[in-house]
Design a protein around this ligand. Structure first.
Ligand SMILES: [Zn+2]
Length: 222
């Protein structure tokens, strides 16, 4: 049984090793510390502790990876987090920008019954309200690689599938413009000066989106 702090380390290391572009699937103690906002010595002693529990592969001066047991444990925390977010949005009517902080707390509840009931009530969802995959009951999940809108072609239509980051500020920005997972975006033109895009949303109104926003929208062609 891991403590809340240990669970947060496992989750942070899983996020680090699953980052797109990290083909080696490993991280360092300092990256891990940075992610968690703790010093390198603090992160180092926790890593040693998780190594002793058989959850992290650790050797001095070598990159960090999760053991099979560690990956499963981390995947299950992410599962609880994302199921909770889905439950809060779908069943309880929260906005998608309101749920992360609540899920950060609920993910540490140790009750398989609670989360399998949630999963059943939601009819076994595979993605959370932000389009991120929900790991299965063994903690396994696949990251789907979507293109971002800024790399996509003018004149084509796309479906918004996921977001490359989901801060509440960004989610609020999207909500205010009527955008959500499943929205249809047609690229009408790209401004050569700053790469901002004029798009048509859901076959109706036109919007101008900055390059930064377009880079955070992960899409699939329709
Ligand atoms: Zn979240």
């Amino acid at each position: 049984m891991a403590t809340i702090t240990e669970e947060n380390y496992l989750k942070a290391l899983l996020a680090l090793v699953s980052e797109p572009g990290n083909d080696r699937g490993c991280g360092s103690v300092s990256e891990l510390g940075q992610r968690l906002g703790v010093s390198v010595p603090t992160a180092n002693s926790m890593v040693k502790n998780l190594h002793a529990k058989g959850l992290i592969e650790y050797e001095k001066y070598k990159p960090l990876t999760l053991t099979q047991a560690g990956r499963r444990a981390a995947g299950l925390i992410v599962r609880k987090h994302r199921l909770t977010e889905m439950f809060l949005v779908d069943v309880m009517g929260f906005g998608w920008e309101e749920v992360h902080e609540i899920a950060e707390q609920i993910e540490h509840i140790d009750s398989e019954a609670l989360f399998s009931r949630m999963d059943r009530m939601l009819d076994h969802p595979t993605v959370d309200p932000h389009g991120s995959p929900i790991p299965d009951a063994e903690g396994r999940f696949e990251t789907v690689m979507y293109a971002n809108l800024s790399e996509s072609q003018v004149g084509k239509r796309f479906e918004l599938k996921a977001l490359s980051q989901s801060t509440s500020e960004f989610l609020t920005y999207l909500t205010e413009r009527g955008m959500g997972i499943g929205s249809e975006l047609e690229i009408l033109s790209v401004e050569p000066f700053d790469a901002s895009m004029r798009v048509r949303l859901n076959g109706q109104e036109e919007l101008v989106l900055s390059e930064r926003v377009c880079q955070m929208l992960l899409v699939d062609p329709l």
